[in-house]
Design a protein around this ligand. Structure first.
Ligand code: S3P
Length: 429
């Protein structure tokens, strides 16, 4: 599907965000591992979370859906279907990496596949620790899906120092560790999103400035009875859009503001954005707030390497904000962006260059010379089937000098199926 985006004068109104994809996918996987019934409210209709439900059903969980409420009767750790065959993880790196930990830990045999984008994402990072833990893993040409997983030796708990700040890798190893008689310990020096630790109530202790997280068979797996908060990563598109369009005023109720997720909020505040959070509360164990964003004059910002993991999914749209900020902005230490649903550093650079923005690309980041007075040149963008690139190009095009076209715009549905209708509902053209 190709989508045309006309320049907007301003954005006003209230948007109810899609529920958080990271939390929802975990809620599905963990409810399968629990022996009790879980009732998950506000479960997303987006493609990745629906993939997670299909996968847990294939592994033996009983899933029933009533509007946005999902009930899962879990199978527990030891009664997963032993031979699920081929498990299609769609576009979801989270499902593939977390499920690999579960399958390797449980000692069942499965082949994990995905779409063309997932087939290009590196899996060696999870293969190495899982093989150390006793799994046998076959991959395509040196570490890419499909992944065939089975158990070679009895599960060996490990001490694992994360070589890269990745919540997917951290979660994968901790989930395999849940099947061990003694604790697996994962050491992280740069914190990434902590939903797995929080939702499974895993012990986390600080040691020499690092977090040590433990999992083992001794820990009971709690049922997942929660209401999924609004997705901060979805909110970020609107926070940038409202900031760069004069006269805008948007309200985003019940947005997740877990500190390991919302560095983009603080980065935008450093840029001078006008963001108000109110009514802070907890949904289950996750903090949420109502967020109001109004247009502001932005200035350039440096995003430091240690902030990257907590803003990783928001960097594409933050680069759009940088294009309209006074002065130079820099992103460094962000080479992980090259391994997402697309090579996002390359795609961000291409997108901004097409729009006439001055940008320099580096191996691990970008430098952008912003100009508050400029309008993005109308252009033909292609999401390359990456949901966040489709939506970032749309936000960029709202500050365009003419109508832009976004090719493969349907990719937005991976995390935000109502993105295009939400855009229509708040944009004044
Ligand atoms: C995710 C973690 C991040 C993020 C992805 C979702 C998760 O990936 O980019 O969209 O749900 O754990 P990495 O952990 O690989 O950085």
């Amino acid at each position: 599907m190709n989508q045309h985006v006309a320049p907007a004068k301003k954005l006003t109104g209230t948007l109810h965000l899609p529920p958080d994809k990271s939390i929802a996918q975990r809620a599905a996987l963990f409810s399968m591992l629990s022996e009790e019934r879980s009732v998950i409210a506000n479960y997303p209709a987006a493609e990745d979370p629906q993939t997670a439900l299909r996968c847990i059903a294939l592994l033996g969980a009983t899933v029933s859906k009533k509007e946005f409420e999902v009930t899962v009767d879990g199978v527990g750790r030891d009664a997963l279907r032993p031979d699920p065959g081929t498990v299609d993880c769609g576009n979801s790196g989270t499902v593939m990496r977390l499920l690999s930990g579960i399958i390797a830990g449980a000692g069942i045999t499965a082949t994990l596949t995905g779409d063309a984008s997932l087939a290009g994402r590196p899996m060696k990072r999870i293969v190495d620790p899982l093989v150390r833990m006793g799994a046998a893993m076959d991959t395509a040409h040196g570490g890419y899906p499909p992944l065939r997983i089975s158990r070679k030796d009895p599960l060996r708990p490990i001490l694992f120092e994360l070589p890269v700040a990745s919540a997917q890798l951290k979660s994968c190893v901790l989930l395999a560790g849940l099947f061990g008689d003694t604790p697996t310990r994962v050491v992280e020096s740069v914190p990434s999103r902590n939903h797995t630790e929080t939702m499974l109530r895993l012990p986390v202790s600080p040691e020499n400035g690092k977090n040590v997280i433990e999992s083992s068979r001794d820990l009971a797996i709690p049922p997942q009875n929660l209401r999924i908060p609004g997705d901060f990563s979805a909110a970020a598109f609107w926070m940038v859009a409202a900031s760069i369009l004069e006269g805008s005023d948007l309200l985003l109720p019940a947005t997740g503001i877990n500190p390991t997720r919302c560095a983009a909020l603080h980065i935008l505040e450093r840029m001078g954005a006008d963001i108000e959070t109110s009514n802070e509360r907890l949904e289950g164990d996750e903090p949420v707030a109502d967020i109001r964003v109004r247009a502001a004059n932005l200035k350039g910002v440096d995003i430091h390497p240690e902030e990257i993991p907590n803003a990783i999914d928001e960097l594409p749209v933050l680069s759009v904000a940088m294009a309209f900020a006074e002065g130079r902005s820099r992103i460094t230490g962000a080479s992980e962006l090259r391994y997402k649903e697309s090579d996002r550093l390359r795609e961000m650079q291409n997108m901004l260059e097409r729009a006439g923005v001055k940008i320099i690309g580096y191996d691990d980041g970008l430098a952008i010379d912003g100009n508050p007075g400029q309008f993005a040149k109308a252009a033909v963008h292609d999401s390359r089937h990456d949901h966040r690139m489709a939506m970032s190009a749309a936000i960029l095009s709202l500050r365009g000098d003419g109508v832009s076209e976004i090719r493969n715009a349907e990719a937005a549905a991976v995390s935000y199926p109502d993105f295009w209708s939400d855009l229509d509902s708040v944009a004044h053209v």
